[in-house]
Design a protein around this ligand. Structure first.
Ligand SMILES: [Zn+2]
Length: 399
């Protein structure tokens, strides 16, 4: 009896030892797996958090001063929505121009047109304010599933200038969660929830809204506080979208858009359409500035082949050279894309930026014709033919 009891006790004791050993091993395995997961999450968080190398924008000789958007709305200070503002004063008094780029950071020609303005222009009369990266948060990530490169580079005589290729909407780690549906303030228009991160759907913005609405409120405050007369907002669109290669103008800006469209055609042989801004499509910069401030505002659109669903691989070459065999096929079919696609040229970035710079030159002239007492005169902005001849890199300064 005694022996049996002792043996049994030994068995039980041994199995407890084994159990303890197994528990230890399980704990080691679990901790290892958790450590690997934490490392993977940390690594992908760094990428997801948009640890992007921020590009330099060089103050050209025409820049007198720089500031931040938070100067107009202090709530933006130390947030991912704050962004740089450049001030360029003319010697003679006149009107105030605001140039906006990077409202949509996946539309590189718009941002680059604003950069070329900052790095080249001398304001002769009046003054210019430039916001090259209007939605700073959207420059820190990319649209999921689109396969776009993080950066693209432009060759210059002294080396490469690298720029970020961003997203259409603000980074979800800066503004989360999206509502199921977004109700625009103050119109009450309802659109899909993610549009609350689209800067060009949330103007005029609101001070107690989500981050992108606060950015919009900051820019609208700048337009009011600086008594901006004329706003040019530089964008790109999908080549299969009929609203491309055009000026989009609300009622107040239609004469200026029409005049500039004619002079661009006559003087520079650049055909550009005019699209009336629908009064019921709310939240867009030109519509809301025109309705909520004293400024006149126009959006310009060029075609970006890296944005449309027809494209093949989305690489740096597509962004810069703008050539894709599928657009070629679409152009041959006729009626599928709304821009010319010459096989040997494609839709390159230099021509798209050139359309913006020449567009600005003609829009400002048309504005001056209507407002001789508050005229804005600029010099040294390279026009379309100059950019094609000399290359974009010729107009980018060395940081
Ligand atoms: Zn856009």
């Amino acid at each position: 009896m005694v022996k049996n009891y002792k043996e049994k006790e030994k068995e039980i004791f041994q199995s407890e030892e084994v159990k303890t050993e197994n528990k230890k091993l399980n704990l080691i395995y679990s901790l290892t797996i958790i450590a690997v997961m934490i490392a993977m999450i940390a690594y992908s968080s760094v990428i997801f958090a948009g640890k992007h190398e921020v590009e330099d924008i060089v103050k050209g000789r025409g820049v007198n001063n720089t500031g931040r958007l938070s100067d107009y709305f202090p709530d933006l200070e130390n947030t991912p929505g704050d962004t740089d503002v450049y001030y360029m004063e003319g010697k003679e008094p006149g009107g105030t121009l605001l140039v906006m780029g990077g409202v949509h950071p996946n539309e590189p020609a718009g941002m680059l047109a604003a950069v070329l303005f900052i790095e080249n222009v001398i304001v002769v009369r009046g003054r210019a304010i430039v916001i090259p990266q209007s939605n700073a948060s959207a420059f820190t990530h990319q649209d999921p599933g689109q396969g776009a490169p993080n950066y693209f580079s432009i060759q210059t005589e002294w080396g490469e200038r690298q720029f970020r290729y961003g997203s259409r909407i603000s980074n979800p780690i800066h503004q989360y969660p999206d509502p199921d549906a977004y109700q625009h303030y103050p119109s009450g228009q309802i659109v899909s929830g993610s549009e609350v991160r689209n800067l060009n759907r949330v103007f005029p913005g609101r001070p107690d809204g989500m981050l992108t609405e606060k950015v919009a409120f900051g820019i609208t405050s700048l337009v009011r506080d600086e008594e901006v007369d004329f706003v040019i907002d530089c964008h790109e669109a999908r080549p299969m979208n009929p609203i491309v290669n055009c000026f989009i103008a609300p009622e107040k800006a239609m004469y200026i858009a029409a005049t500039a469209s004619m002079t661009l055609g006559f003087d520079e042989n650049i055909p550009i359409r005019i699209e009336p801004s629908p009064p019921n499509l709310r939240g867009l910069s030109h519509r809301e500035f025109s309705d909520h401030t004293d400024a006149i505002a126009i959006i310009m659109e060029t075609p970006n082949p890296a944005m449309d669903n027809l494209r093949g691989p989305t690489d740096v070459e597509l962004i810069i050279e703008g050539k894709d065999v599928f657009y070629q096929k679409a152009a041959e079919q006729g009626g599928l894309i709304y821009v010319p696609y010459p096989e040997d040229i494609g839709m390159p970035l230099d021509r798209r930026v050139g359309r913006h710079t020449s567009g600005m030159i003609h829009l400002i002239s048309a504005y001056d014709e209507l407002n001789p007492d508050q005229a804005i005169q600029i010099s040294n902005l390279p026009k379309y033919s100059e950019i094609i001849e000399n290359g974009l890199g010729d107009y980018l300064l060395k940081p």
